[in-house]
Write a protein that binds this ligand. Sequence first.
Ligand code: ADP
Length: 402
Amino acid sequence: MAQARFDDSAAAPEQSREELRDLSRVLQERIKELDCLYGISHIVENSGGSLEYILQETVDLLPLSWGYPEITAAQIVIQGRGVTTENFSATRWVQRAPIFVHGEHAGDVDVFYLEQRPQRDEGPFTVDERKLLDAVAERLGRIVERINTERLLKMGQHELRDRLTHLARVSTMGEMASNIAHEVNQPLTAIGTFAQACRRMMEAGPAHQLEVLNALNRITDETQRAAEIVRRLKDLVRRQETERAWCNLNSLIRDVEHLAAVDARLHDTKLRLVLTPSLPPVLVDRIQIQQVILNLIRNGIDAMQASEAVDREVVVRTLMRGRSEIELSVCDNGCGLSSDVGSRLFEPFFTTKPHGVGVGLSISQSIVTAHHGRIWYSQNASRGTTFFVTLPTVSEGSHETA
Ligand code: ADP
């Protein structure tokens, strides 16, 4: 028994050493695996969403986790994009895992040995390396799915905002349509009257040639006036890619005035412009900023419907704020804002008007913010409300050109 016990104890350390070596090998494999997967997570965090960066950094990381890093090359091909390690060369000692994106085979990740090595579980590669490669391929698939989805979402949001902005503009135009029809009708009526006058004068004989010429000039003027109204309307209603250009804010306001004045007249409201001359230009999408101004003026007109007609006045002002901001304000002396209305003004679809849509201010806010500006309101000391919009006159980094 003593002998047997002695033999047992002699075998035990040998066996434990063997077990320890195995355990240590397994642990080393696990550590390499973890290093690799942790490394990929780290790469994704630093990538700023760039798939090119993620693929290149990942492919460079892979060889370190294989049995012979010094003779290991790797390649990732996915959705038509291919990246390789610098030492890349395709050999017959390859381990490959497919990458699936949304259930579709979208590419592969390959690890190559550049020289022959002893036979292991799968050619010269081990089962653990196979598991790691599968895990990497799986991770890459998920990453690509996420990036694709984020891009789609971003595109969707842009598209959605563009559509909503356009919709709000068209709905404002729709509300103004009858007023605008009236506005176009005026030059048309004038043209008709002058044309009849011409006819009468020509029938009366050649003595009236000068008057005929005058009447024809008036016809030309009125035609231009009608064409100008139609052009402004078409500009505002047209759906277009956002397009920024350096503009003079005052001339942009004067353009809007032509349309807003029709509305103002019909609501017995005065529209007064107090524009600071020689303002520096602003880099804006004309149509969008006009939409904001028009919306503020219309809100001002609406707010004064319960006021005495003599008091109804909307004042649009521009002035410099400091050296790099222009402030536009639209002031009315209407009903003002209760605190609960004031706190919800910029919420989409918030309206207190029976036929309001409630998107004007929320869209105005998103337009102004996209122009690096601000929009807010304050209650007037006497009566009514003033809305303020600021726009930068120079964008960051463009000081030399502005
Ligand atoms: P809508 O005009 O369709 O209601 P807006 O987003 O332009 O949509 O305005 C939201 C709400 O803000 C209005 O319904 C109104 O209650 C309030 N509001 C906006 N401008 C003024 C103003 N100048 N004076 C008083 N209330 C205003």
